[in-house]
Design a binder for this molecule. Structure first.
Ligand SMILES: [Zn+2]
Length: 118
């Protein structure tokens, strides 16, 4: 599958996720889509990503991931129980990779990450 074909499929999944979230009355914004190589490497050094962005490319570097911020009472919430797990299960059912099951080197989980693959 070419990168363009992956990007088309990713956006189809993203559209389905957006409609699913609306039906579930879960509002979200996209906080990161495209990430430059330097930022990916900086996130790796900070323990916020498993991927260094140099020897291995991350989905964000190729327009193949969304980081979402779920909105509760007008503000972004990072509580995984405020919709992330519901959207994560939907995302995985579509075939995508959800970051909520991976423990990062920082000790946290990437609940907000909805990528094409790992
Ligand atoms: Zn991400």
């Amino acid at each position: 599958m070419t990168n363009t074909e992956k990007r088309i499929l990713f956006l189809q999944w993203a559209a389905e996720l957006t409609i699913f979230a609306k039906d579930q009355e879960i509002d979200f914004i996209v906080t990161c889509f495209k990430r430059e190589d330097e930022q990916q490497h900086a996130n790796f050094k900070a323990g916020l990503s498993q991927i260094d962005g140099i020897t291995e490319r991350g989905n964000h570097q190729d327009w193949l991931a969304w980081d979402l911020g779920i909105i509760r009472h007008g503000l972004v919430t990072w509580n995984p129980d405020h919709g992330y797990k519901i959207l994560g299960a939907k995302w995985e059912s579509l075939g995508g990779y959800w970051g909520g099951k991976t423990v990062l080197r920082s000790g946290g989980r990437d609940y907000c990450h909805f990528g094409f693959d790992k």
